[in-house]
Design a protein around this ligand. Structure first.
Ligand SMILES: [Zn+2]
Ligand SMILES: [Zn+2]
Length: 361
């Protein structure tokens, strides 16, 4: 095995046995293509050393080159982590059944209020409408993947843990209403701080329990890698809103945003909830050392099993007693909670075996 090709080696964390995956092969093979990159780096550095220029110019070039090399290397590392974290998503999708749901969550890019007749001056001083997208997936009896999307639009809100928890609470509640048979959920999102913090990762288990659902896993994707289903759905929704706008309506508030999404019969299997400003809940911060390195969590009633990288090493078990658990929990203050009358999961248009479409989730 070529060292550069070994995911286990690259993602093992040598300082901690719990996060090391021991390879059963030798790293003694060579790969011409992998050796090209360091060779190119060396060549460029050599050429810069012999260019006829002032010392200042040379310094500047050397700096630019070293920055470039660093960027290329971190891009390589990102690709590797993204592919490895994606394996978690594939495994969850493969193990889904008719009673388990996989939910990918993300804040969509704030929607900039738009008027149908918009003057230049309207365009300035705009405050975007924050909206959050949760895409839920499950398998039906025919083993096809079905999807359902929950949109939460806010007049104003802090995109923090307490808002995220209120959204999750609402999503679990809606899920239970739509499919009472749901018994387990898997969550996934990017590395944004509102998800990747002790209060979210601990309270979310209690929220699931409250709705009589078992939270199985919480996996993070490497930033910008693997939350494609939310981006994809957000694009569809924006497209639908644009049609509404172009037919002479304004979209300046979260309520108008919902009207736009629900216009012309709405979008199949998309639910929209509009929330009034969230009360600022002051929760005592929970201490969880090293949480920023954790990217995969499996939950049990006894505690959490955590890993730095998916499938690398035995991981660590953290009993619930390690944490001072918070009581209560934030709840979504929704205004005019009006649901689409017959909201149900809908089959994706493409076949589940279609590799390309699978990659969009
Ligand atoms: Zn190896
Ligand atoms: Zn190679």
């Amino acid at each position: 095995m070529v060292l550069d090709h070994c995911r286990a080696y690259a993602l093992s964390f040598p300082q901690d046995d719990d996060y090391i995956k021991v390879c059963e092969h030798e790293h003694d093979a060579r790969c011409d293509r992998c050796e090209l990159l360091p060779t190119v780096f060396r060549e460029i550095q050599k050429v810069v050393g012999s260019v006829d220029c002032s010392a200042e110019e040379r310094n500047e070039m050397e700096y630019e080159i070293s920055q470039g090399i660093q960027s290329i290397q971190s891009w390589k590392a990102h690709l590797l982590r993204a592919i490895n974290q994606d394996a978690a998503r594939h495994e969850v999708l493969e193990n889904l059944d008719t009673q388990s749901v996989f939910i990918v969550m993300d804040w969509a890019m704030k929607f900039l209020p738009r008027k149908f007749h918009e003057s230049q001056s309207d365009w300035f001083e705009k405050r975007g409408i924050p909206w959050h997208v949760s895409v839920a997936m499950k398998r039906n009896a025919n083993d096809e993947t079905e999807m359902l999307t929950f949109v939460h639009a806010f007049e104003t809100c802090n995109q923090d843990s307490s808002t995220v928890l209120s959204i999750v609470d609402d999503v679990f509640g809606q899920l239970k209403e739509i499919m009472p048979e749901v018994n387990s959920v898997y969550l996934r999102d990017d590395n944004a701080g509102c998800y990747h913090c002790a209060s979210t990762l601990l309270s979310v288990f209690q929220l699931a329990t409250k709705h009589e659902i078992e939270l199985k896993r919480f996996d993070f994707s490497d930033p910008q890698g693997g939350k494609g289903s939310c981006d994809c759905k957000a694009a569809t929704i924006k497209c639908h809103m644009r049609i509404h706008l172009n037919s002479g309506h304004d979209i300046e508030t979260a309520s108008q945003m919902r009207t736009a999404i629900e216009s012309s019969g709405g979008i199949a299997s998309v639910s929209v909830t509009v929330s009034s400003p969230q009360p600022t809940t002051k929760s005592t911060p929970v201490k969880w050392e090293g949480i920023s390195f954790i990217n995969n969590i499996a939950y049990t009633n006894k505690g959490l099993h955590v890993w730095r990288a998916y499938g690398i090493g035995s991981g660590k078990f953290l009993p619930w007693s390690n944490f001072c658990r918070q009581g209560g929990g934030p709840f979504l203050s929704s205004t005019n909670v009006k649901r689409v009358p017959v909201l149900k999961f809908l089959s994706r248009l493409s076949k589940p075996s279609d590799k390309q479409s699978e990659d969009r989730f």
